[in-house]
Write a protein that binds this ligand. Structure first.
Ligand code: ADP
Length: 485
């Protein structure tokens, strides 16, 4: 039963129902049209068969004045003359009343049918209809034709000729039976063929349904075959594939971010484990000794303090990174970037730390930014130059290009190895030179810079030739006219 509830069967039944209704309407219309044609043809034949007799009778009446008794006499003779075979005749007077009637020779016992008086009067007054259908006293139906008799222009009576409609009915019955059998055959063929045709048209939908099941089951690469036709189903298949591609992409992004998260957690744990192991080692060594000389104790405590500072820095870096990566900037405000950069560099006090510094700052640059975050960007870039290009001069510049503000720092240090260059913005990535150096950080400094700049809808760039220093440029969008106003 559930099978017949499918779209294919519902469409089939709908189609068959519609076809049946159309066949019934067509059949009924055809029946009445055929009946009309048959009755008219029979009526025409009947009239034309007796044209000569009627003309003779008309002449008889016209030749001498007609008195009522004479009309009755003439009528009777004429009716007898007309009635023959299946045809019966009747003469009706000018008042619509029956003067005389004569049964057909094949059924002499039956009185010929009569029409309502009004029909005769109407025929006398204007013109008779092409034919009439009347029921005789025995219940049989008859085709009736009327002819008006005139004396000059004065109507004096109506000649009625009638034949039974049984021949017409028989022809129509055969016609009707043929139509019913034909319609049933058409319905049967439609019942056999339409599920196949509709099923074929709905095939892509079934495919889509099983593909959707496969996608729901985790096979995101599944797609449907797009039919070549540019119809609703073709467009649906296209849209379906686009949606499947979207789902696939979304899951790919999720898989990637989960993968990244796993790496991040693993790297963070690894980074934290190093100082923790070192501290545990010192505690272990100290606790094993009965007596610890003050010098060893001081060295161990210093080392533990160093490890703990390193760990604190790492945890702080992690917190900063997650803050900028997980939530958009909270405290954005309009910043006069030139003044801001000058102040931030002053606060860093690079010359006091023995590092040369030059500034080329274009005034009047406005950006919308989080000041604390931007200070971190400047600080991290300056710290890196201090760490990796010690003693080299830091050249800071600020300018606008392509509708963006560019904040740039260059040093003349050893630069960045070619194979490190594509990775330095990755979390926990440390260049070859930095790995074995005690000055090296956790490898999060540039990742933090990148996430802050991107949170400002900007981008960070690096250029470096090994041996010729490194240049970092942070591009930030300029504040719009409205914001500036
Ligand atoms: P860290 O926090 O360890 O300093 P960063 O993410 O700031 O890590 O830097 C990643 C790597 O980029 C460093 O290990 C270093 O190799 C390289 N690097 C960064 N800045 C410079 C620079 N100014 N000169 C040379 N190398 C640099």
């Amino acid at each position: 039963m559930a099978r017949f509830r499918s779209l294919r069967w519902r469409l089939t039944f709908l189609y068959l129902g519609l076809l049946a209704v159309l066949l019934v309407i067509g059949g009924v219309a055809q029946y009445f049209a055929a009946r009309e044609v048959l009755l008219r043809t029979n009526a025409d034949t009947l009239s034309s068969e007796y044209t000569a007799d009627l003309a003779a009778f008309r002449r008889q009446i016209a030749s001498r004045p007609v008195t009522a008794p004479r009309l009755v006499l003439l009528s009777h003779q004429f009716a007898v003359q007309l009635a023959s075979g299946h045809t019966s005749a009747a003469i009706i007077g000018p008042d619509g009343g029956l003067i005389t009637s004569q049964a057909s020779s094949l059924t002499p016992e039956l009185t010929p049918p009569t029409l309502p008086v009004q029909d005769y009067l109407d025929a006398l007054r204007s013109k008779p209809k092409p034919y009439y259908v009347a029921t005789a006293s025995d219940g049989s139906t008859h085709l009736v034709v009327l002819n008006v008799l005139k004396n000059g222009i004065r109507p004096v009576g109506v000649v009625q000729l009638s034949i039974p409609t049984s021949a017409v009915d028989q022809a129509l019955r055969a016609d009707r039976e043929l139509a019913i059998v034909g319609s049933l055959l058409v319905l049967l063929v439609a019942l056999l063929l339409s599920p196949l045709i509709i099923g074929r048209a709905l095939q892509p939908l079934e495919e889509m349904s099983s593909t959707a099941d496969a996608i729901a089951g985790g096979d995101y690469k599944q797609r449907v075959r797009v039919p070549r036709s540019d119809d609703e189903i073709g467009r649906l298949a296209l849209a379906f594939n686009q949606m499947a591609a979207g789902v696939d992409q979304a899951f790919e992004v999720r898989r990637e971010s989960e993968e990244q998260m796993r790496h991040f957690v693993a790297d963070a744990s690894h980074e934290l484990r190093t100082p923790l192991t070192a501290i545990a080692g010192y505690i272990d060594v100290l606790s094993r000794r009965q007596v610890v000389d003050p010098e060893t104790l001081r060295q161990s405590l210093d080392a533990m303090a160093r490890e703990s500072t390193r760990m604190t820095r790492l945890v702080n870096d992690l917190l900063t990174l997650t803050r900028f990566e997980s939530s958009p900037l909270g405290r954005r405000q309009l910043l006069q970037l030139d003044t801001f950069l000058n102040q931030a560099l002053d606060e860093l006090g690079l010359p006091q730390r023995g590092t040369g510094e030059s500034r080329q700052i274009q005034p009047g640059i406005l950006v919308e930014a989080d000041p604390e975050a931007l200070k971190q960007v400047i600080g991290n870039l300056a710290q890196n130059a201090l760490k990796y290009a010690p003693g080299s001069e830091q050249r800071w510049s600020l300018f606008t290009a392509n509708g963006m503000a560019a904040m740039r720092v260059s040093d003349t240090g050893p630069g960045i190895a070619r194979r490190d260059l594509p990775h330095i913005f990755e979390r926990f990535y440390r260049g070859e030179a930095a790995r074995d150096r005690t000055t090296g950080g956790s490898g999060l400094g540039l990742a933090i810079v990148k996430s802050i700049v991107e949170a400002h809808e900007g981008k960070i760039e690096v250029a470096s030739e090994p041996g010729h220093g490194a240049t970092f440029t942070a591009w930030l969008p300029l504040a719009s006219q409205q914001q500036a106003a």
